[in-house]
Design a protein around this ligand. Structure first.
Ligand code: G3H
Ligand code: 13P
Ligand code: ZN
Length: 328
């Protein structure tokens, strides 16, 4: 059945676990996630970006997620809008069956320019009021995702600010977070701690200078009852980089968020952990491998089956390590 983010994260907080939120764009990603969740009895957050909504279409996404839930009647599923850029995006998601929306007011509606605090409070509060009136949940974001190494947002996908960001924009301020949650009434708060979207988060294995888990700890101290959200939480596994590069890929060496750092976050109030890049890499590694191992193959299913299996393995690992397994 479809449930809200609030219901799901309240349970996660009560039992001290985290829930990975996986981005989906197509049926195969949905099948892989649900298979893993069913095997491990884990609750599910499926999130669709604006890009996913235009790729698959709202009607397709809605029916696809309803079908996945119907195939797995004992697994709670939340359908969440990832990085909503304005009220219209969030409200149209709710109209299309999403049970939760992210109003990302950390950036202006263009998603490129850092927003003022007042703008962020105002638009997030407005969306929360409208969403709550129809029983949907809202995630807000305070602080701009981006690299503490370079002061820049990761560039390889569309989302993220342009130009240099100051250190105080890149790390969420705990006092401001407390004010933000009380004024907006958001159900979950995405924070900035040095992670960014995409594969190129860190040029070296991150330490406390470039991945600030202490920021999360300080926010959790101020806001012990607020569900925190970590974006940009792919770990960009070395094996997947190596597999892709061994089969014609050309990904420069990069480092993601170590899973044990996410586990540390979960001990300090992180309840939702956003993962897209790792799933993309899991699938792409298998596409590339099959293409080189069997150059005569042209049936897409022969590519998609191992890709789904690899993604399912990754999803299972995160359900186990975040403590989500057994909580459905
Ligand atoms: O927020 C970033 C997610 O990885 C979604 O990416 O906008 O390319 O679908 P996308
Ligand atoms: P990754 O690019 O690290 O997977 O982050 C995804 C994300 O934060 C989606 O909102
Ligand atoms: Zn994100």
């Amino acid at each position: 059945a479809l449930i809200t983010l609030r219901q799901l994260l309240d349970h996660a907080a009560e039992y001290s676990y985290g829930v990975p939120a996986f981005n989906i764009n197509n049926m195969e990603q949905g099948l892989a996630i649900m298979k893993a969740a069913e095997a491990l009895d884990a609750p599910v957050i499926l999130q669709a970006s604006r890009g996913a909504r235009s790729y698959a279409g709202d009607i397709m996404l809605r029916h696809m997620v309803q079908a996945l839930a119907e195939m797995h009647p004992d697994i709670p599923v939340c359908l969440h809008q990832d990085h909503g850029n304005n009220e219209a995006t969030c409200l149209s998601a709710i109209r299309h069956g999403f049970t939760s929306v992210m109003m990302d007011g950390s950036l202006e509606a263009d998603m490129k320019t850092p927003a003022s605090y007042d703008y962020n409070v105002e638009i997030t509060a407005k969306v929360a009021e409208a969403a709550h009136a129809v029983g949907a949940s809202v995630e807000g974001e305070l602080g701009v995702l981006g690299s503490l190494e370079t002061g820049e947002a990761a560039k390889e996908d569309g989302s993220g600010a342009e130009g240099k960001l100051a250190q105080d924009q890149l790390l969420t301020d705990p006092d401001q977070a407390a004010d933000f949650v009380s004024r907006t009434k958001c159900d979950a708060l995405a924070i900035a701690c040095g992670t960014s979207h995409g594969a190129y988060k860190f040029s070296r294995k991150p330490d406390g200078d470039i991945l600030s888990m202490t920021t999360i700890e300080a926010i959790h101290q101020k806001l012990p009852d607020t569900h925190l959200v970590m974006h940009g939480s792919s770990s960009v596994p070395q094996e997947l980089q190596d597999l892709i590069n061994a089969h014609g890929g050309d990904m420069p060496q990069t480092y993601g968020v170590p899973v044990d750092e996410i586990e540390r976050g979960i001990r300090h109030g992180v309840r939702k952990v956003n993962i897209d890049t790792d799933c993309r890499m899991a699938m792409t590694g298998q596409f590339r491998k099959l293409a080189t191992d069997r150059p005569s193959e042209f049936d897409p299913r022969k590519f998609l089956i191992p890709a789904m299996e690899e993604m399912e393995r990754l999803v299972r690992d995160r359900y186990e390590r975040f403590g989500t397994a057994g909580q459905a």
